[in-house]
Design a protein around this ligand. Structure first.
Ligand code: BGC
Length: 385
């Protein structure tokens, strides 16, 4: 692996052989080595070796992350009987992540999560054409977005919980975006069964940024079951309706009295097939909710009655894309023996609103030199009996 740092090689070596006395005297470092294992994951068509990092918390919850796309390939959570099972969708073959990852399974998304209309925007009087990869629009940073990049990954020494630091520098002009963008993402697996994700970015020219994580969840632990029985609550009184190509119209509509009302918990499947123009456009839910409140706050809860698994989402972002897996089409094997079929996973992608660079009424996604982009999201797992 080209990009592996010396540090990492040392940590990996120590975690396998546990033979360095100096490191063993240092408590946090020792825990770090026990809690983060590094192994080979696969080789891309171009011959790059990809590594897998396995984080384990004190309860035995595990997360697997690869240095291709910053992809979370597995994340376990306990059910009501204390059984830990994988709750994120993924492929069974490494090459399916490397050769396109058509659903963006588990990936870090950048530079711009969600769509930008007509794959262009104007900033300080200059128009930028970005990669058009979704009909007339640009989706998730373009075809070669951050989900296809090699991320440098290092375990963070002295961290309280197992933490990975992922870094990637996007060159000025990459996928059409201005400015060299230096990005840092931290993945932490806490002892209260939460995955914390912190994003930071800096630029050397005015640009736009909207980073997110694209894990699909299925709390049943069986990826052949649909997520329609999961009960969802979203702290958002409004959403941004879309046009035929899923670009927000600019309106901010109340959810009350519509199938988009998740202010009180209800099954995802309850209204998903209702006669509704917005549901038709999204082929189900594929919309941005305008979240109530600001700062790091609880914005959504998902409960799977059969398993008792519960997931709470906290973020400091103004929006979340609730996507009910409407484009999953059964073309790839899932990890529990069936296919990744229609609506067998859902995403809650915390974000600024889609197409903000072209929509002055939406919160700004601009980043200027000297400013720091910062964003935080937490997916916290528990059980409800
Ligand atoms: C979008 C969907 C898109 C999917 C790709 C989601 O974030 O909202 O429209 O199809 O990503 O897997």
């Amino acid at each position: 692996m080209k990009k592996i740092t010396y540090n990492l090689i040392i940590v990996a070596f120590l975690s396998i052989f546990g033979c360095n006395k100096k490191e063993n005297n240092n408590q946090p470092q020792k825990e770090q080595m026990e809690n983060i294992q590094v192994s080979d994951y696969g080789v891309t068509a171009k011959g790059d070796s990809i590594r897998k990092f396995t984080l384990t918390n004190k309860n035995g919850m595990k997360m697997e992350v690869i240095n291709f796309g910053g992809i979370i390939t597995s994340l376990t959570a306990p059910d009501k009987n204390g059984k830990y099972e994988d709750v994120v969708l993924g492929f069974t073959k490494p090459e399916d992540y490397f050769n396109g990852n058509p659903y963006y399974f588990g990936a870090l998304i950048g530079r711009y999560g969600n769509r930008i209309a007509n794959a262009k925007f104007t900033l300080e009087g200059k128009t930028y054409d970005i990669d058009k990869n979704d009909g007339p629009n640009s989706l998730h940073g373009g075809k070669q977005g951050f989900h296809t990049k090699f991320w440098n990954i290092e375990p963070v020494k002295d961290a309280k919980f197992p933490t990975l630091k992922l870094t990637y520098t996007s060159a000025d002009g990459e996928e059409g975006y201005p400015g060299k963008l230096s990005t840092i993402v931290l993945y932490t697996l806490t002892d209260d069964n939460a995955l914390e994700i912190s994003y930071e970015a800096e630029t050397d020219k005015p640009t736009v940024v909207n980073l997110t994580q694209h894990s699909y969840f299925n709390l049943s632990g069986n990826f052949s079951k649909t997520i329609l029985d999961h009960e969802l609550q979203i702290n958002g009184d409004k959403f941004t309706p879309v046009n035929e190509t899923l670009i927000p119209t600019g309106e901010q509509n109340a959810v009350k009295g519509t199938p988009f009302d998740f202010t009180a918990s209800k099954a995802i499947g309850k209204d998903i097939n209702a006669e509704d123009d917005q549901l038709k456009k999204g082929k189900g839910y594929d919309h941005n909710w305008i979240l109530n409140g600001s700062g790091l706050r609880s914005i959504a809860k998902v409960f799977h009655p059969e398993s008792g698994r519960m997931m709470e989402v906290l973020t400091d972002e103004p929006g979340v894309q609730f996507y009910s897996g409407n484009f999953l089409d059964g073309k790839f094997e899932n990890k529990t023996g069936g296919k990744n079929e229609f609506r067998t996973g859902f995403c809650l992608e915390t974000q600024h609103f889609p197409n903000s660079p072209n929509q002055a009424s939406f919160p700004s996604t601009e980043l200027k030199p000297g400013q720091k982009y910062q964003s935080k999201t937490i997916y916290k797992f528990s059980v409800k009996k």
